[in-house]
Ligand binder design. Sequence first.
Ligand code: ZN
Length: 136
Amino acid sequence: MDKIEHIGIAVKDLDVSNKLYEKLLGKPHYKMEEVLSEGVKTSFFEVGPNKIELLEATNADSPIAKFIEKKGEGVHHIAFAVENIEAEMARLKKEGFTLLSEEPRQGADNKLVAFIHPKTAGGVLVELCQENNNKP
Ligand code: ZN
């Protein structure tokens, strides 16, 4: 794995949190994006080589809605950049980690993503993400 690509933070209200993080980091977010398949609206901030991803649920079945219901707002996942997501998924599976999907999925920010179940990663939801080069 390479660097920490981003830290995902679950929020109740993206507009409120955008303003908070703009004050905290001293700069505005650089993009917002909705990922329909995941039921989330996201907002990205650059922090040096890393990013902060704010996530708001767009429906009650969204994993973010469930997370907030259980734990409230806060850190939701840590994402690591990988060169080859399929190879990394195979390696982690061999090491005994449980992946939440068999195949990588299209995530926000033009990334292919996969998640490791927090039960097998010490309570932390881990995201792998690979820059998607197959953009038309
Ligand atoms: Zn993420």
